[in-house]
Ligand binder design. Structure first.
Ligand code: GLA
Length: 390
C-alpha cells in the first residue's frame, strides 16, 4: 500500500470507530499474500513460498464493559452485533472471520470481555489474495493486544487457521495466515508446514516485478472442491500407509509408492497426489534457483506448476488458463501460474520491470477479446506482516 492509501484507509477506519463508539481505539493492520510456488502443498505437510503484500485489512478495536460484540464493516457498510456467549455463524459472511477467532481464543482458555470492531481494507475480495485470512489475523492480533493475552505470532496464525477450518468450514492449510502474520519486507517465507520452521529468502531484484492478473471470477464450487482435494490427498496417503506405516502425509510419499499403491486403485486420486509430490520437490528446486538468482529457471517451474494444477489437480478454470497462455511465449514474462485455491482469482506473473506497462496493456486487451471480461492488474510489493498502527 502506498502511504496515501494507507493513511486514508487508516483515517477512514479510525473516524468511523469514533463516530460509532466515541472513544479512541487501538489500530492494527494485517496484509494479504502472494505465493510464488508451492500450491496446495500446505495441508499435505509440504512447503510453501508466500510473502505478505502491500494490501491490508485495517482494524480498530476497543473494550466494552459488558459481553457484547459490535462489529462494523466499512466496505460492506454493515453492522452486526452479538454476544461472547453466542458465538455462532452469522447470516452475513464477513462477521464469521472475526467471531471464529474470538471463539477459538475462548476455546483455548483465554478470557475475553466484550469489544467493538470497525474494519476496512484494500485487498481485493475473492481475488485469492487472502483477505479473509488477513481479517482473521488482524482480529487475533488486536484481541491479543487489547486483552494482553501473551499469544505468540505462531499461535496467532494457528488460531486464525482453526477459525477458518472450524467456524467458517474451509479446511485450509496454514499458508495464508502464516504469511499475513510473519511477512517481512522484500523477503519470501519458505515455510515448512510439517513443523512450522521457516526461513526468509530475499526477493529484491530491481529488474523484476510481481504482477497479478485478476480473472475477476470466483466459481461457486471453490470451497467444496478445495475440501474434496484435501480428502483425496488423505485417501492417497491411506492407501500407501497400508504398506508403509511411516508415511503420514504426502510429504513422506514418493512417486514410486503412488505408482504402486494408488494408481491401480484410483487414477484421479493418483493424479492429485502425484501433482503434490512433484510440487513439493519443485518448490525445493525453485528455492535453489532463487538463491542462485536464476529467475529464468524459477519462472519455468511456475509454468510447470500451472500445468500440474490445470491437468492433474484440476483446480484451474478457463479464465486462469487463458491468462497464463497469453504470457507463455512473452519474453518479458519469466513465469506465470494460477495462484491460491483456484477456480478463479489471480494469476501470479514474474515480469521484467521495464516491460510491466506493456505487458499489462497487452494482456488486458487480449483477455477481454477472448473472454469478454475485464482483468484487473496489480503490482504486488512484498511488505511487512501484521502490526500495530498506534
Ligand atoms: C488457499 C488456502 C491455503 C492453500 C492455498 C493453495 O489459499 O487457504 O491454505 O492451501 O489455497 O495452496
Amino acid at each position: 500500500m502506498n502511504t496515501t492509501t494507507a493513511m486514508s484507509l487508516q483515517d477512514a477506519v479510525y473516524e468511523k470507530y469514533q463516530e460509532l463508539f466515541d472513544h479512541t481505539p487501538l489500530l492494527v493492520r494485517s496484509p494479504g499474500r502472494v505465493n510464488l510456488i508451492g500450491e496446495h502443498t500446505d495441508y499435505n505437510n509440504g512447503l510453501v513460498l508466500p510473502a505478505a503484500i502491500d494490501k491490508n485489512i485495517v482494524l480498530a478495536i476497543g473494550k466494552r464493559d459488558d459481553h457484547a460484540v459490535h462489529l462494523h464493516s466499512l466496505d460492506q457498510n454493515q453492522t452486526y452485533s452479538t454476544a461472547l456467549d453466542e458465538l455462532v455463524r452469522s447470516p452475513l459472511l464477513w462477521p464469521d472471520y472475526i467471531l471464529g477467532v474470538a471463539q477459538q481464543l475462548t476455546k483455548r482458555g483465554y478470557t475475553l470481555q466484550g469489544f467493538n470492531i470497525v474494519f476496512g481494507g484494500d485487498i481485493p475480495q475473492g481475488a485469492g489474495l487472502s483477505s479473509s485470512a488477513a481479517l482473521e489475523c488482524a482480529t487475533g492480533f488486536a484481541l491479543n493486544e487489547l486483552f494482553n493475552l501473551g499469544i505468540t505470532r505462531l499461535d496467532l496464525a494457528l488460531t486464525a487457521q482453526a477459525a477458518e477450518n472450524e467456524f467458517v468450514g474451509v479446511k485450509c492449510g496454514l499458508m495464508d495466515q502464516f504469511a499475513s502474520v510473519f511477512g517481512q519486507k522484500q523477503r519470501l517465507i519458505k515455510l515448512d508446514c510439517a513443523d512450522f520452521s521457516h526461513e526468509y529468502i530475499p526477493f529484491n531484484n530491481p529488474e523484476l516485478r510481481i504482477v497479478l492478473f485478476d480473472t475477476q471470477v470466483k466459481h461457486s464450487l471453490a470451497s467444496s472442491a478445495y475440501n474434496e482435494r484435501r480428502e483425496q490427498c488423505e485417501y492417497g496417503v491411506s492407501l500407501i500407509q497400508k504398506h508403509h506405516f511411516e508415511v503420514k502425509s504426502l510429504r513422506d510419499a514418493t512417486l514410486e509408492q503412488l505408482d504402486r499403491y494408488v494408481r491401480p486403485v484410483d487414477e484421479v486420486v493418483y493424479n492429485r497426489c502425484s501433482y503434490v509430490v512433484s510440487e513439493i520437490k519443485r518448490l525445493q528446486d525453485g528455492c535453489d534457483d532463487l538463491k542462485r538468482d536464476d529467475f529464468e529457471s524459477f519462472g519455468k517451474r511456475m509454468f510447470e506448476t500451472h500445468d500440474g494444477l490445470q491437468h492433474l489437480y484440476e483446480v484451474s478454470c478457463e479464465e486462469l488458463d487463458i491468462l497464463v497462455d497469453l504470457v507463455r511465449n512473452n519474453d518479458a514474462v519469466l513465469g506465470a501460474r494460477m495462484m491460491g485455491g483456484g477456480f478463479g482469482g489471480c494469476t501470479i506473473n514474474l515480469v521484467k520491470a521495464s516491460e510491466v506497462d506493456r505487458v499489462v496493456k497487452e494482456v488486458g486487451e487480449a483477455y477481454t477479446e477472448k473472454t469478454h471480461k475485464k482483468t484487473q492488474a496489480y503490482v504486488a510489493n512484498i511488505s511487512e506482516g501484521t502490526a500495530r498502527l498506534n
